[in-house]
Design a binder for this molecule. Sequence first.
Ligand code: MG
Length: 364
Amino acid sequence: MEFLVIPQKLRNRCPSTDHESIIVFRLCFCDCDLRRHGSTVHTVTGPHAGRSDDDFGAGLFEDFLRFEKFFIAKLRVGNNYQCGPAVKLAVGHFFFSSFVSRLEIIAWGLIECLRMIQLKSAREIEIMKGASKIVAEILLELREQCREGVTTADLDRIAEELIQKKKARPAFKGYRGFPACVCISINEEVVHGIPSSKRIVQTGDVVGLDFGVIYDGYYGDAAMTVPIGKIRPEVENLLKITEQSLYRGIEQARPGNFISDISAAIQRCAEAHHFGIVREFCGHGIGRSLHEDPPVLNYLQNGKGPKIKAGLVLAIEPMINLGTEKVKILDDGWTVITLDGRPSAHFEHTIAVTPDGPEILTRV
Ligand code: MG
């Protein structure tokens, strides 16, 4: 989903007559986009802002209507802009002298508006325990099945059958068009690998299994990286430290701490071993949506982030590379690989913050 964010001053000039002069902010809502564009906002100019696939529906657009004095238009595919209504609400303090910085502030304001952390009630957490347990059980079964000779499509089919048996629904299949139930990423693939009948698991591989379900209206999400037979000691260490960094992060998920405490703990653990922490992807809040606020970065950025409170449910998921932190996305539009081709590891749990500290929901 992408939006043009245009100051009211320019409203009369746009969108049809002066595309090239408009700064377009692409507001990204999925977890990958949040990070890919560094801190959520990506600036592109003119009508070249890419696709507009919308899995959020009108709800979020209505959120935007809380802003005033700015004209917000939905960006459509191609060069056609569909204009939204001018909106009303006080954003006077967003006025700054520089045109560009003002736009940035507006975009940030919009993002802040969308960043509504939804704390869960005890009842909701109980339901999420159910969803998370299903995720954990299926992941363990997939780990059992993940051995030399199996194809990644086989693993996905097994997952799909188990999901049906447990009367849940896959969280990833169909999400922004992802074609499978499990993201399976082997060796230099970091995350979002697409299962294929041509991709055969081999001894020496490390296989990342990232999996989620929807159960009773709530999501559970977890991941692990599985070694196949004997793997190189340095890769074995990468897996060990990545999992350890996950637990270091989870330990910090307690009331009174900040989200950045989780990020810092993960970063400390990974960087003590000189591994590359993937910047473009991160953990997230989870609940009725797969990706909720807040984002949970695996490294320190600016500020402390939101304060952690009981009722917060998070999917924490460090993605750590043996070599460079840099990654790229393959032409399939999904598979993320390390730029240097060296292996990557990924571990994830869905956790709930209780008054006494973190409770891991995706652990059987
Ligand atoms: Mg996740």
